[in-house]
Design a protein. Structure first.
Length: 175
């Protein structure tokens, strides 16, 4: 009887130790989802820092969040606007920091015009973006271009606002 009590006591302590570790692990993962600082109590500062650093360097998310992955064009134009040049300069600096990354520049157009015309316009837009990045020192072998013309609108409406969103160049990180 005495041995049974001792074995049960040791087993109970062992389970209690495991249960406590499990509670801490749950608090650590829960803090990231809830954003509640109290839920993360007991979590090391290095664990918290790794959750709040942001997207992994060199990824599409990093590009989109920290630099910007698209530029916009005026109607029936492939000339780079001032705001587009500023974004492209940031993209070039990002590409210089992430030298192992290759990208594809997508050229897009709004729905007005024929399919063939918009494919050609999208190609000119993508090439204008590529040429500017190369002029800023990016290796041309790291950049591919493709035109989708009017085939992939981000806003399918037929309004000035939608057309302005669809006249764009998008930089996509290749995997």
């Amino acid at each position: 009887m005495r041995w049974t009590t001792v074995v049960m006591l040791v087993a109970g302590l062992a389970l209690a130790g495991c249960e406590s570790a499990s509670d801490n692990a749950g608090a650590a993962s829960g803090a990231g989802k809830s954003g509640n600082a109290a839920a993360g109590a007991g979590v090391g500062s290095s664990q918290l820092a790794s959750r709040t650093e942001g997207p992994k360097a060199g990824t599409q998310e990093d590009l989109a969040v920290n630099v910007g992955d698209r530029i916009f064009f005026d109607f029936d134009s492939y000339a780079l606007r001032t705001d587009a040049r500023a974004t492209l300069e940031k993209e070039a600096a990002w590409l210089q920091q992430n030298r192992n990354v290759t990208v594809t520049i997508e050229g897009h157009a709004d729905e007005r015009g024929t399919r063939e015309y918009n494919l050609a316009l999208g190609e000119r837009r993508a090439n204008a973006e590529r040429d500017y990045l190369v002029a800023l020192g990016v290796d041309p072998n790291r950049i591919k271009t493709v035109s989708y013309g009017k085939e992939r609108p981000v806003d399918p409406r037929s309004t000035e606002e939608a057309w302005a969103k669809n006249r764009r160049g998008v930089m996509v990180v290749n995997n």
